[in-house]
Design a protein. Structure first.
Lengths: 257, 257
């Protein structure tokens, strides 16, 4: 099977024009089929502030009322997504910007209101890869913003890490899929105060040990659970680290396999 | 050759949720390959006002500085485009939202600064139909916002009527193309005060007469010049009128042939 790379980038790249252009130049040069998934960085909060719309976060997740959904759609699917596509075209990387609604690729369901009402936030229920695969077969890269829909005309805000893992899982039927989570650190750290203390390999056994000993805790646990879930669902490997890991084989990162 | 319909809608449909959903339901039921092009309606001005960014229009065209381009991209390619795609999916019309940057479909050049500096406004220099055609051949409709790029990483604001005519012209190589401009009136009117005085057919000869007699004047002249330009470049016919003309053969409109 051919290898497909699914790459997720976050705020540390998106919020910095120089970093973004440099990353996209490298991304454009990556050989083989590839998909990019981006979050929104700080632009949503900035725009909400300019419009005097209050921002509410619970456990690091954005509460998305109708006005916030409009902002999120404008920033993710409009501003950030189209800028990325235009920059990639300037590096001769033919690409198309997608939301999950485009090509009916990612179908989500509004999260039920339990103790917390997150508003127009969705959980993925189905991924249709056919349209994206036609484009990949024609040498076109797909750039996903973290917006999807419920097939009833409602857009929904989705976690970008989840979009990346769900796409990676769905494409594992057709490709050997490598999933890359790029963030500001070199990987999962043994010592949070030492940026070079990267744990190079984690498997299910060592993960349990690292959790029991408290080395992996809090925010990293849902991230890593998401990675192991992808591996269980036939994604070939998952890497976490700085985006350099994609372009330089010598660059250390955390590989989860 | 197969027939392709290129349909442009404007503010009278986009600014009214009920009209938009009703139009999209009908659009979804149209048989055969189809492309939708949308303008931005009043949302851009509304958002600019909320953000305290001044709006400047010269001869009905928006002066697009960097901040305005950001708003235009967010509203056209984000909010409006993704909403249209989500609504079409709810009517089982598989579609993908495009800007001219996506698939490197429409390449534009920043308009040179002569007496007026329009800012980041572009004129179309080339249309690449290959990616859109792959999608059309797979039964997917393309929904174009009026944003494009210069192949150097710069997004540009383009007139939506022009996007529609340039796509119609480019596709005339492969299809018999019908171009539909939907607006709030039933067509070109003989008497501006009588909404039923639709001129049903206009050709080059009658156009010259209608201009000399002053029946066609001002804003309609560039619109009609654009239509005749499309016909010269092998578009098969151009219709102007209410969107009903698309779904009801008995509905009167102006046909330019």
């Amino acid at each position: 099977m051919k290898t497909l790379k699914v790459v997720k980038i976050g705020g540390n790249i998106i919020d910095n024009d120089v970093e973004l252009i440099s990353f996209l130049k490298d991304f454009a040069s990556l050989k083989g089929p590839k998909i990019l998934v981006h979050g929104g960085g700080k632009s949503v909060t900035k725009l909400a502030n300019k419009m005097n719309i209050p921002v509410q976060m619970i456990d690091g997740r954005r509460v998305t009322d109708a006005e916030t959904l409009e902002i999120v759609t404008m920033v993710y699917a409009g501003k950030i997504n189209k800028n990325i596509v235009a920059i990639l075209q300037s590096f001769n990387c033919n690409s198309i910007g997608f939301s999950g609604a485009d090509g009916n690729t990612i179908i989500a369901k509004k999260r039920p209101k339990l103790t917390i009402d997150y508003g127009f936030v969705g959980d993925v229920v189905k991924v249709n890869i056919s349209v994206v695969n036609i484009l990949l077969n024609n040498g076109i890269s797909n750039i996903f913003s973290a917006i999807s829909h419920d097939e009833k005309g409602q857009l929904l805000n989705i976690n970008a890490d989840t979009i990346a893992s769900e796409l990676a899982i769905a494409f594992s039927e057709l490709y050997t899929v490598q999933l890359y989570y790029c963030f500001e650190k070199k990987g999962v750290l043994k010592n949070i105060d030492n940026n070079d203390s990267v744990i190079e390999k984690i498997n299910q056994v060592s993960y349990q040990e690292l959790k029991s000993s408290g080395i992996i805790n809090e925010g990293m646990i849902p991230k890593l659970d998401n990675c192991f879930y992808a591996l269980e669902k036939n994604v070939s490997k998952v890497c976490i680290g700085k985006s350099d890991m994609l372009f330089n084989k010598e660059f250390r990162c955390t590989t989860i396999q």
